[in-house]
Write a protein that binds this ligand. Structure first.
Ligand SMILES: Nc1ncnc2c1ncn2[C@@H]1O[C@H](COP(=O)(O)OP(=O)(O)O)[C@@H](O)[C@H]1O
Ligand SMILES: [Mg+2]
Length: 261
């Protein structure tokens, strides 16, 4: 996590052991500086949680990685490849294939079955055969506890079930990184635990890298290797969950945790 010096030589970017790396990233909307010279990195297989008040720039970080917006300044590398400043649409698309995201609103295709929601991108983007994609989708639906709902439409499922389908859909692309943006915030309280259990399982049993925005502090404590506390577009404090939740350095972190815990 530390921003320690290991800046990869540009001619040999693959030499880095960091899967995600932000160097001095600044993002503005008009006069509003949302990310301010942000530096952080994530090593492969690690689970890193972003916490901090609303409006501190957490979603913006994930949206940059999803290539839904670009920074005004700074560089972003994914797996040693330069995402920004961009080196062209083709490379953006290649890098983007390594990244899966689950949103607060599940965004399933309403007119497709659960199975089809999951097979669509692997067939269209990765070129899997229909059979291969369906096998992969069934395995993932088993993993998220919905092996018997292949033929359902999203509207026939609870919010928690829909979110578990969305997780399966993201994993079907076999991304190296899974981005999770407050994935339980839109759910009825009684459905939250089931989704978090699935994510705990994935964190424990796979080597996927996770970058996770959440207000579920017990979950964050369970799955995180590192927690980054954001305020006003900067990381004001970072460290293992025991430290951040147990003995935070910053008054701002203490205030924030006091309010959400
Ligand atoms: N598309 C946008 N246009 C203008 N301002 C935006 C846009 N997206 C986010 N912002 C602003 O950027 C700031 C950070 O937002 P966001 O990254 O969503 O914060 P968080 O996820 O931590 O709540 C907020 O002040 C928000 O209003
Ligand atoms: Mg957000």
């Amino acid at each position: 996590m530390s921003a320690e010096n290991a800046i990869p030589a540009p001619e040999n970017p693959a030499a880095t052991d960091e899967l995600i790396r932000f160097d001095n990233v600044t993002k503005r909307f008009g006069k509003n500086t949302v990310l301010d010279n942000l530096c952080f990195s994530v090593k492969p297989g690690k689970h890193v949680t972003l916490i901090g008040p609303s409006g501190s720039g957490k979603t913006t970080i994930l949206r940059l990685l999803m290539t839904l917006m670009k920074p005004e300044e700074g560089t972003i590398h994914v797996n040693g490849q330069q995402l920004y400043p961009t080196q062209g649409e083709k490379q953006l698309r290649e890098i983007r294939k390594n990244i899966g995201m689950v949103f607060q609103q599940f965004n399933l295709f309403p007119n497709m079955t659960v199975l089809r929601n999951i097979t669509e991108a692997p067939v269209r983007v990765l070129g899997l055969s229909k059979d291969e994609a369906e096998q992969r989708a069934r395995d993932l639906l088993d993993l998220v506890g919905l092996g018997d709902r292949c033929d359902a439409k999203p509207t026939q499922l609870s919010g928690g079930q829909q979110q578990r389908v969305a997780i399966a859909r993201a994993l079907a692309m076999r991304p190296q990184v899974l981005l999770l943006d407050e994935v339980t915030s839109a759910l009825d309280p009684e459905l939250v635990a089931g989704v978090l259990d699935v994510l705990r399982d994935i964190a424990r049993t796979t080597d996927i890298t996770m970058l996770c925005v959440t207000h579920e502090m017990n979950f964050a404590r369970d799955i995180s290797d590192d927690v980054l506390m954001f305020d006003s577009g900067r990381v004001i404090e970072s460290g293992p969950p025991e430290k951040i939740f147990g003995d935070p350095e910053h008054e701002r972190t203490r205030e924030f945790l006091g309010a959400v815990l």
